[in-house]
Write a protein that binds this ligand. Structure first.
Ligand SMILES: *Cc1c(COP(=O)(O)O)cnc(C)c1O
Length: 384
């Protein structure tokens, strides 16, 4: 059986991978080098300079392409630098339609960096695909989707948006950081580009900052490779190695993240001191049917609002947690709690933020892979 036909839970370990050519090392060596000896000008073994390509990065890029069912992977220095490369496909005058409830850093990059260069961004709720269609003009070039959204856990129908994009000859990029390919594979659903903050679940151990893009189309891959090399925000060899190691256990971690996530979402929903829990696994979640259709499980990301809904109450809870760590980021083996309004989403103006539901009392959990009893006990003592 060729490796292309492996199941997902084997692809995380073997997809795009082979023992290193030099000595058969099963894990690719960390090629900690900037340059490569040439026998004659231009006479090299495929590597000239590590901004352009590095063998450890190539190993990661091949693994990324494999797990997302794409043909080409690109590894960047951060998730944001991967997004940066996608927007640089555009030119002044172009327009982008983006999810309104998205990662704060993506919003900041779009509004405060790229708008200066004449690119216009429209931020809208995308649960209703019709609302995207209404925003399309002859200047629209790209639709940027994040699903499930951060931190409100809305789910956007990737297949329906992909059909709309195709009909209007637009690129569709999906930030798949929250779901990972274990839960959802946007390229299979018709997206052109899948993007990751590999800092989160793909790396999985809170020890790297890495970004990724995966595409199917060769011409699009060439343009992105050009931008990756021209702008230079590449993933270093050590970080490539660590991310590759993380990917090998992605399926095992995601299974536990999803189990623990479900246990905690249900615990919170039944808690008398909790007002509202946002988790796409609930049957009464407004996008539950789409979530069920396009995701294989619901993951470990949950947001909630304590009863009374005050800033003070939310802060009191996150400060009292002992097993959950109060920290930015998500997707690591350890459970984290965050307060979006003052942390991850502080760069979005309060008025904009609250329009999409990111109120001062909202708490976001990245449920780790610890024993769920310990996590529930911790929440119990913190909520009081
Ligand atoms: C963290 C994150 C990013 C940004 O990635 P970095 O690796 O921090 O640059 C983008 N999108 C989502 C959904 C994220 O969680």
């Amino acid at each position: 059986m060729s490796k292309k036909e492996l199941h997902f839970n084997s692809k995380t370990i073997h997809g795009g991978q082979q023992p290193d050519a030099a000595y058969g090392a099963v894990m690719p060596p960390i090629y900690q080098t900037s340059t490569y000896a040439q026998t004659t000008p231009g006479g090299h073994k495929g590597y000239e300079y590590s901004r352009s390509a590095n063998p450890t990065r190539t190993a990661l890029e091949n693994a990324l392409a494999s797990i997302e069912n794409g043909n080409y992977g690109l590894a960047f220095a951060s998730g944001l630098s991967a997004i940066d490369a996608v927007i640089k496909l555009l030119a002044p005058g172009d327009e982008v339609i983006s999810t309104n409830d998205l990662y704060g850093g993506s919003y900041r990059l779009f509004r405060q960096v790229f708008e200066k260069f004449g690119i216009t961004f429209h931020f809208i709720g995308m649960q209703d695909v019709e609302s995207i269609a209404e925003k399309i003009t002859d200047k629209t070039k790209l639709i940027w989707v994040e699903t499930p959204t951060n931190p409100m856990m809305n789910v956007i129908d990737i297949k329906a948006v992909a059909a709309l994009a195709k009909e209007n000859k637009l690129l569709l990029a999906v930030d798949n950081t929250f779901a990972t390919p274990y839960l959802q594979r946007p390229l299979d659903l018709g997206a052109d580009i899948v993007m990751h903050s590999a800092t989160k679940y793909l790396g999985g151990h809170s020890d790297v900052v890495v970004g990724a893009l995966v595409v199917k189309d060769k011409a699009l891959a060439d343009k992105l490779y050009f931008l990756q090399n021209a702008s230079g925000a590449v993933c270093g060899p050590m970080d490539s190695f660590l991310t590759l190691r993380g990917i090998k256990t992605l399926h095992v971690r995601m299974q536990r993240h999803s189990e623990n996530g479900a246990a905690i979402a249900r615990y919170l929903q039944n808690h008398p001191k909790i007002e509202k829990v946002y988790w796409p696994g609930f049957e009464d979640h407004p996008n539950h049917d789409i979530a069920k259709a396009q995701m294989d499980d619901f993951g470990g990301m949950i947001s909630f609002i304590p009863k009374g809904g005050s800033f003070e109450e939310a802060v009191k809870i996150v400060e009292a947690l002992k097993v959950f760590t109060l920290a930015e980021s998500l997707g690591g083996v350890e459970s984290l709690a965050g307060h979006p309004a003052s942390m991850t989403h502080a760069s979005i103006p309060k008025e904009e933020r609250e329009k999409s539901g990111v109120v001062d009392a909202l708490i976001r959990l990245s449920v780790g892979i610890e024993d769920s009893n310990d996590l529930i006990e911790d929440l119990e003592q913190a909520i009081g």
